[in-house]
Design a protein around this ligand. Structure first.
Ligand code: T4K
Length: 400
């Protein structure tokens, strides 16, 4: 229950005059929670698995799931993996990418790890300020004779500038790969985001809007790659006695495929719920000085509402992003600083030379805070988080 002490009269000066008790949430409010389909549906699926006596290695549930996703994306060129990281790594390996790849510093570290495991040198260039995706001009400026590909990330599900990147890739004969880990369900110009570039990787991790507990998928343009990806995820086996390449074990198992199948039935509701949550944040935080939500997306983009990232401007908010993060934690609200620190600042990548000063990425990484959103969160909880952010700001202002 929220307690308010009204010391002012007009709604306009409510934030300044109406004090709100910052009462800790009884239960933790996490940045996300996986959607769980009706338990009975899962049990029915388990019964089928028990009947099949088949748990992994290209079983019937996985095969059916792969066809379902193929129909969903309108292509046979899909391959499923046990997680998104290995999907991306094996995707790069299977496409024979080498040398230098131009990529973003503002991402989950797995994007860069996938390059590392393929012995590819990451070349980090800056991002754009509105939606945090790669800046095409910076990409073009970083191309060298050793550049083989661009690895861009639709971070938070915000589409990269796909047309400009495609144009650069075409003119410089580069492979264009997207880490679409956050972008399931996103469309640009009426077309799934999966159909831009030469290959896209989707993560189906439990923390994603759409998930299969753990899981990953590649969607690719060249049908010839399918066989290679199938080999790579299953030790390189062609048959019982032939190993045609040094593959690994990256197979999706039946239980994951079952979860993915069931969650897919509910993807429409999940997106609508996310949209409603985002609308509350957008409206309620609009007048809080120092909090910036990315602008509404242009009409040709259909967004999936999987994340609500905001930027905290310390001067206007009256405290740093890190202080706000800590204050919210005290109230049992576990927002996350996705993606801070920047990948090149992690110890294992500090020796990677970066010519671009990454000015925008550094500023964004210092300010970013990803707020809780998931299908099970109530509108009341979101309203309360917004009021708390406003109140924390008002108190910071009072102290200043
Ligand atoms: N590329 C990009 C751009 C990515 O963002 C990712 C993954 C990848 C590639 C690699 O894809 P995968 O190999 O993961 O398929 C999480 C996820 O583990 C990771 O998948 C995701 N990106 C990244 C952005 O976030 P953490 O370390 O922040 O997760 P964790 O365990 O702290 O979970 C966040 C919150 O979610 C928890 O505070 C509570 C809640 N939660 C989590 C789990 C796992 C639940 O309520 N239930 C759960 O089962 O990395």
């Amino acid at each position: 229950m929220l307690k308010r002490t009204n010391t002012g009269s007009s709604p306009a000066d409510r934030l300044q005059t109406e004090r709100i008790d910052l009462e800790r949430f009884d239960e933790p409010v996490y940045v996300t929670r996986p959607y769980l389909p009706p338990f009975d549906e899962f049990v029915d699926g388990l019964k089928e698995m028990w009947g099949n006596h088949w748990l992994t290695n290209n079983g019937p549930v996985l095969k059916r799931y792969a066809s379902l996703l193929g129909r969903h994306f309108g292509t046979d060129n899909v391959c499923l993996f046990n997680n998104g990281t290995l999907a991306l790594q094996l995707g790069l390996q299977g496409m024979g990418i080498s040398g230098e790849v131009i990529t973003t510093p503002f991402t989950f570290v797995a994007t860069t790890h996938a390059l590392f495991w393929c012995k590819i040198r990451p070349v980090f260039v800056d991002i754009e300020p509105d939606y945090f995706t790669l800046d095409p001009e910076k990409v073009e400026a970083a191309i060298t004779p050793w550049t083989s590909a661009i690895l861009a990330v639709h971070v938070f599900g915000y589409p990269c500038r796909v047309k400009e990147l495609a144009d650069i890739a075409r003119r410089h004969k580069l492979t264009l790969i997207y880490d679409a880990a956050h972008a399931f369900g996103v469309e640009v110009g009426g077309k799934s985001i999966a159909h831009y570039g030469d290959m896209s990787m989707f993560s189906f991790h439990a923390t994603k809007l759409y998930h299969s507990m753990e899981g990953g998928m590649l969607v690719f343009r060249d049908a010839g790659l399918k066989q290679t990806f199938d080999y790579l995820r299953n030790f390189g086996f062609r048959n019982e006695v032939e190993v045609v390449m040094p593959g690994t074990n990256a197979k999706m198992m039946e239980m994951q495929a079952l979860m993915g199948t069931l969650v897919l039935r509910h993807i429409g509701e999940l997106t609508s719920k996310g949209q409603a949550i985002e609308a509350i944040y957008r409206e309620r935080l609009a007048d809080v000085p120092g909090i910036r939500i990315p602008p509404p997306l242009p009409p040709e983009i259909r967004y999936n509402y999987g994340y609500v990232p905001v930027e905290v401007d310390e001067a206007d908010f009256g405290m740093s992003r890190d202080r706000l993060y800590e204050e919210l934690r005290k109230l049992n609200v576990h927002a996350r600083r996705y993606f801070y620190p920047l990948v090149p600042d992690f110890a294992c990548y500090q020796n990677v030379q970066t010519r671009d000063p990454l000015t925008v990425a550094r500023r964004v990484a210092e300010r970013i805070l990803t707020l809780p959103t998931y299908s099970g969160i109530s509108a009341e909880t979101v309203e309360r988080i917004c009021l708390y952010v406003g109140e924390i700001r008002a108190r910071a202002g009072t102290r200043a």
